[in-house]
Design a protein around this ligand. Structure first.
Ligand SMILES: Nc1ncnc2c1ncn2[C@@H]1O[C@H](COP(=O)(O)OP(=O)(O)OP(=O)(O)O)[C@@H](O)[C@H]1O
Ligand SMILES: [Mg+2]
Length: 262
């Protein structure tokens, strides 16, 4: 059955099992999850609960062991060639460690131009102009466009990584702990930037974070994972104010012990 039009990406009963010499790990175990157009879905849960694996499955970076991932109604496993490339460019990711995710021997502009080059978008001149525009948009002065990633601070590096993620005008932006490696003051700036961009560009976001205060601020809906399973999901307000599942309550009380107090 086709997805309703407001669902951009849907994981349908998706499981991911990793096998190693130590045995099998069910990193994701029968997850069904939808990201609706225009929303920011927050994904929370303790370390190892399967959040990043869900992100990679939704992005089509890893195939599920079973179940299906549908992007705009198309099963990622059945897409080939041109259709796969076109779909790939519609989803982009921002990672925890910006320096590790940037190409060290490419300038800031070069990093932003690279996805455009790989997808044959425009020519070198137009790509350079677009890279400078995007750097400006994320708050990196185009004057610094020719500097290398190591010459920027962590916060600036993450801005460059965000500019690169925007280079192909994605519909879905997956942010996996995008501020965890940054200083607290810089975290706030990057979050403000993501909020602005989301509104300005009408982005749909999957936002993974350990920081529940951040998720409460950014997400429209939240899904809670524990041991590979989504144990609860709901609107941000409902989930934070009246969590239903014991695990969600534990998670909230562990991080926000004074919630409801002064
Ligand atoms: N490539 C892999 N090979 C083997 N096991 C893996 C692999 N990737 C993830 N896992 C395991 O799957 C489980 C879920 O990992 P995942 O990285 O998705 O968790 P997470 O919720 O993102 O954790 P964190 O908050 O620490 O980033 C963990 O037990 C992890 O060790
Ligand atoms: Mg992770």
């Amino acid at each position: 059955m086709p997805d309703t039009n407001d669902v951009l990406v849907r994981a349908a009963n998706v499981t991911k099992v990793f096998s190693s010499r130590a045995g099998e790990v069910r990193a994701v175990d029968g997850v069904t999850l939808e990201v609706h157009r225009g929303e920011t879905l927050g994904l929370v849960g303790e370390s190892g609960s399967g959040k990043s694996t869900v992100a990679r499955l939704l992005m089509g970076l890893q195939p599920p062991t079973s179940g299906r991932v549908l992007f705009d109604g198309h099963d990622l496993a059945t897409l080939r060639g041109r259709a796969l490339r076109t779909t790939r460019r519609r989803m982009q990711m921002v990672f925890q460690n910006p320096y590790g995710s940037l190409l060290p021997h490419y300038s800031a502009a070069g990093n932003v131009m690279e996805p455009m080059r790989l997808h044959d978008k425009g020519n070198k001149e137009s790509r350079r102009a677009e890279a400078r525009r995007l750097l400006d948009l994320v708050g990196v002065s185009p004057r610094f466009a020719d500097l290398y990633p190591r010459q920027f601070s962590g916060g600036q590096q993450q801005r460059i990584a965000i500019a690169r993620a925007l280079a192909l005008q994605p519909d879905l932006l997956v942010c996996d702990e995008p501020t965890s490696s940054l200083d607290v003051s810089i975290q706030a700036q990057i979050l403000a930037l993501l909020l602005d961009l989301r509104t300005e560009l009408g982005l749909t976001c999957l936002f993974i974070s350990h920081n529940l205060a951040v998720v409460e601020r950014l997400a429209t809906r939240v899904a809670v994972m524990n041991q590979g399973v989504v144990v609860e999901e709901g609107s941000t307000a409902a989930l934070f104010h009246s969590p239903q599942h014991p695990y969600t309550r534990t998670l909230l009380s562990a991080v926000l012990p004074v919630r409801g107090g002064v």
